[in-house]
Design a protein around this ligand. Sequence first.
Ligand code: ADP
Length: 517
Amino acid sequence: MLEKAIEQLNTYFGYSSFRPGQESVIEKVIEGENALCVMPTGGGKSICYQIPALVLDGTTIVVSPLISLMKDQVDALTAAGISAAFLNSSQSPYEMTKTLEMAKSGEYKLLYVAPERLESVSFMNDLREMKVPLIAVDEAHCISQWGHDFRPSYRSIGKLADCFPDRPVVLALTATATPVVREDICKQLQIKQQHTVMTGFERENLSFSVVKGQDRGKFLREYLKKNDKDAGIIYAATRKTVDQLYDSLKKGGVSVAKYHAGLSEEEREHAQERFLNDEVKVMVATNAFGMGIDKSNIRFCLHYQLPKNMESYYQEAGRAGRDGLPGECIVLYSSQDVQLQRFLIDQSLERERIPMELEKLQGMVDYCHTENCLQQFIIHYFGDLDASSCGKCGNCTDNRESHDVTKEVQMVLSCIVRMGQKFGKGMVAQVLTGSRNKKVLDFGFEDLPTYGILKEHSAKDVTNLIEFMISEELIGVSHGSMPIIYVTEKGKDVLLSKVTVHRKGTVVTKQISDDDP
Ligand code: ADP
């Protein structure tokens, strides 16, 4: 069977061999085992179900949430001589009935359907008449409440497999899934956890960095000037910032387009087309832009504001360098953006999801404060603990010498303990720097022995040190109505002088304020 698969790969797609993960996924599927395939964007997930679809008898159903992507896929397959079609809300009832009739007569090798369709009983009944060897679930993390993009309609997929007299194989595919989400996907789709294939999370051609304490507007202008021949995306967290950035860059002569959900469909399509066709170099956008965009020559992906979690970040940043040539992924960090993201989370979600989203946001903040390899941090986050340092991210190439900061760290930890582990980092920093703030005085913290012991530093520097300590897991954060910091087991070891702490960033740094254009 595998030989036949390679033959099909060659005939229809023109590739001579599978990538490592592809072969093992395809093997499982062809042998009739449910499987989960976790590969980064651009890793080649589509082939993992398209080849089995060609090899197996009948019509493979592909559940995909992205209408535009479905059409692109079907067009590409049709162009390669593979019969395929899609069913989604963009079609007229007539088109839909016609496609369904053709599907029932076994006309297609692949049928793409939107998850919402699966909520219709009559649609499910129609599907029952088809011979379906395989159900591929694209963007499978949408099935999990623990994921970053939960879609309730995905819950119907579990039932879909039960519809058919001969239970089809289920293949779940995703680019972003933490260990918890992977476990949930497996549980819901009856996949044995050992049938998870995870590969290539490292994107060797991408170099990651975090820019902190700099004037973002100035950094951006200089960066774009230096890279004016390259295509890139600048992500911002809100439509308003996208509009502002777009105006200011355009005024500055940058070849730029903008994209966010507040624009009309026509405007969005036009902007996207111009960017895809290299008519403009830079796209300024909210996270509404990029799903299903296959532009290979994106050289940089800058996050002007902090993304809401690592999953979103890696997915967005991963749009750089899809052609395998170098790509640069930079987060421009400002602590105000953490507040902004907290606000957005608080506004947009059901209450019970908020603590989890705040925890994910903390992961993103930790990324911005770690001094370890950034690529490795990302890969660890996604559950692969074997990853080694990349050697080229902002942290790997940071040649500053590291200092022993054990004493300062102990002061911070001791202050947290003395304040009863009931406050956030801002308040702790104020006590350590000897603030006369009303709240500090109301609690009588000026009497603590740790009051003012770091007074030669700014509150901002001390907050940065605390952020670093959080990323080092010396301090934990519990996300109730307000984030509260506490000393972890690892932190206790530092307090007891069992281990020392080193840091490259000094505690004393010049304070530079952000300047939004
Ligand atoms: P994903 O869905 O994981 O984001 P795609 O399936 O779109 O990725 O594949 C990304 C790119 O890699 C596509 O251009 C695809 O044609 C190419 N590709 C996939 N598999 C192979 C392979 N075995 N050999 C060479 N190129 C491949």
